[in-house]
Design a protein around this ligand. Structure first.
Ligand code: F6R
Length: 604
């Protein structure tokens, strides 16, 4: 979703901003813009629609200065266009502003304060910059006072950087709900919504809390709370490994990340499981979970699909009832809670606004919370009572792959730890290190054969406009994720189905040639699913069966090693990921940055 970079005090401002925007491309965007001020009265505003390359081409050598802000926009209010791209500016062209988030009361603010003004864009952001300008230019407030007054009126989420042309020695910064970090570099400062943008400039960052603002100067940062009182803040260290954010020899991030999954399994095993079978997880967390009478998993998208598997893992190995909820639904439709609930949030980015609003409410109710995330220091990691890291390395492709399998592996570690604490035999008997090692080997075999998946994608999905993934139980969970992978990057209409549900309606859509990819790894239901396969075949469906060694039959196209039932998605999903990947490449589409999608969904 939208990305922000700003800097003050470095003569290479333009390079810093453009490099930062390029690194934020992975988050998804549809337009971009940059404003640079040379601190001697010259300034430059350039905005383009489409890829950063278009902005780069439009930024000439004359764009230089020591103060600047830049933005990638993912449209919420108003279509992708130059007028709607950020920075937005005041009619007087004195104030320039970039914004991540959504201002929910922008129409009311417009009607109350800016009824006489004309607007150059359809954005909620322009309302913010016009308010600041009005309070300075008509009410004669100082810029700081106008900034504070404006912030006090805003409802919703924002990370803001604002420049007053008449004060080129300061960058105005504010945050509420949307992520923002102030990076302390050598002789200058940077501000960003994502440390990936500035990882080569500093490892030291100041975090702003919700509702705070900061005045960032070349060698100094002042943080003020909502009452205007100065706040002390120690820097935190955020290290991003340089080689982890590159593609290496891979053509795309997605393929690199699919192929990294065996290594991620081994890393999780090394990190959380000792050779002696001990589990390295905070005992306080394990104890609190062991005392819970019901677990509530909350997540979105792929992370929600991983939480469906987490529910099964905890019910089997820890014998604690569990529910999995979609965050955007859960937040506004809370179920009746049990007496001793525990909330587990799954979020690769740790920034998903839908999940965060449930976390905020859970905390308000005094309920215990854990976040399982890939990003240390992310908003959810900071705000939950406990957090566990995925150790998957940065995931750059918009479509989540290695984070899903890492989430399942970490859930399994935790379920085993809690089950062992509760003396559940299934947990005590589970050789998780062995299972993760087997999963890694099976993943290796699948990812070693790119050509097979390229051919299967061509054969089954080549000209498809619709596709179905079927399975029962744990295979149903993975069919939802495999379907999401295919639809989000190839734009083929795809559905994941509980195989038994097919004949209750959806079978009407099966006609000759429709691809139906079927996972069969659950022994107890394998025969029933085979029956569904026959029903599909009888109507001309083009069936591809992916079965485990425990369920295989002659004629199955893909056979994979069997793991303990709840861990089968670690392997089956890789088949789904590669099918989606090659079906998308064959359509000539952008695998890493699919249309309309954002990596980190920071608005509700
Ligand atoms: C799909 C995908 C999304 C995310 C969802 C939640 O490939 O990546 O469905 O899983 O937006 O994001 P996180 O996990 O960052 O909370």
């Amino acid at each position: 979703m939208c990305g922000i970079v700003g800097t003050i005090g470095n003569v290479e401002t333009t390079e810093i901003l453009m490099k930062g925007l390029t690194r934020l491309e992975y988050r998804g965007y549809d337009s971009a813009g940059i404003y640079v001020n040379d601190q001697a009265g010259q300034d430059h505003l350039i905005k383009t629609v489409g890829k950063i390359a278009a902005l780069q081409a439009a930024v000439g050598p004359q764009v230089q200065g020591k103060l600047g802000i830049a933005h990638t926009r993912w449209a919420t209010h108003g279509q992708p266009s130059v007028a709607n791209a950020h920075p937005q500016f005041s009619p007087s062209k004195r104030f320039y502003l970039v914004h991540n988030g959504v201002i929910s009361n922008f129409s009311e603010l417009k009607a109350t304060y800016l009824a006489e003004q004309t607007f150059a864009s359809q954005t909620d952001t322009e309302v913010i910059v016009q308010l600041i300008a009005q309070f300075v230019e008509q009410e004669q407030l100082t810029t700081l006072a106008a900034f504070q007054k404006t912030l006090s009126l805003l409802a919703g989420s924002y990370a803001l950087l604002m420049i007053d042309r008449q004060q080129p020695d300061v960058l105005y910064v504010a945050k509420n709900k949307s992520p923002l970090l102030i990076g302390l570099a050598d002789g200058y400062n940077v501000v960003t919504s994502d440390a990936l943008a500035t990882y080569d400039l500093t490892d030291d960052y100041l975090e702003l809390h919700d509702g705070e603002l900061a005045l960032v100067r070349e060698n100094d940062v002042t943080i003020l709370d909502q009452k205007g009182e100065t706040q002390g803040r120690e820097p935190i260290e955020i290290k991003v490994e340089a080689d982890a954010v590159g593609k290496g020899t891979y053509p795309t991030f997605m393929l690199k990340e699919i192929d990294e999954q065996p290594a991620v399994m081994r890393r999780i095993s090394q990190h959380y499981l000792s050779a002696a079978g001990k589990i390295a997880i905070d005992t306080d967390l394990v104890e609190r979970l062991a005392q819970a009478d019901r677990l509530y998993f909350v997540a979105a998208g792929t992370s929600y699909h991983a939480s469906l598997v987490g529910k099964r893992l905890f019910e089997r190995y820890a014998e604690i009832p569990a529910e999995a909820g979609v965050a955007s639904e859960f937040g506004y439709h809370w179920p009746l809670l049990s007496a001793k609930p525990f909330f587990i949030f799954l979020s690769q980015s740790g920034e998903t606004a839908d999940s965060r609003q449930v976390l905020v409410e859970a905390k308000r109710r005094g309920l215990p919370t854990l976040v399982i995330t890939n990003v240390a220091n992310s908003t959810l990691a900071r705000e939950a009572d406990h957090h566990l890291l995925l150790h998957a390395g940065p995931e750059i492709a918009v479509a989540s792959t290695k984070a899903y399998t890492a989430q399942i592996a970490v859930e399994a570690v935790l379920a085993k730890a809690v089950g062992a604490r509760r003396q559940i035999a299934a947990a005590q008997e589970l050789d998780l290190a062995g299972q993760l090692a087997m999963a890694a080997t099976a993943m290796d075999e699948i990812t070693d054969n790119h050509e097979t998946w390229d051919q299967l994608a061509a054969q089954y999905l080549g000209s498809a406009t619709d596709a179905f993934y079927l399975g029962r139980g744990i295979d149903y969970d993975v069919s939802l994720e495999a379907a999401l992978k295919l639809k989000e990057i190839s734009y083929v209409h795809t559905e994941g189905f509980a195989a038994g549900e097919l004949k209750h309606g959806t079978i009407a859509l099966i006609e000759p040639g429709v691809p139906v990819i079927t996972f069969i790894t659950e022994v107890a239901t394998a025969d029933h699913t085979r029956g569904n396969v026959q029903e599909v075949k009888a109507r001309g469906g083009n069936v591809l069966v992916i079965a485990s060694t425990t369920c295989q039959q002659l004629g199955d196209q893909i056979v994979i090693p069997a793991l303990t039932a709840e861990l089968m998605p670690l392997v089956t999903v890789v088949c789904g990921q590669l099918l989606a990947y090659y079906a998308t490449l064959q359509r000539g589409l952008d695998v890493d940055q699919p249309r309309n999608l954002a990596k980190s969904v920071t608005v509700e």
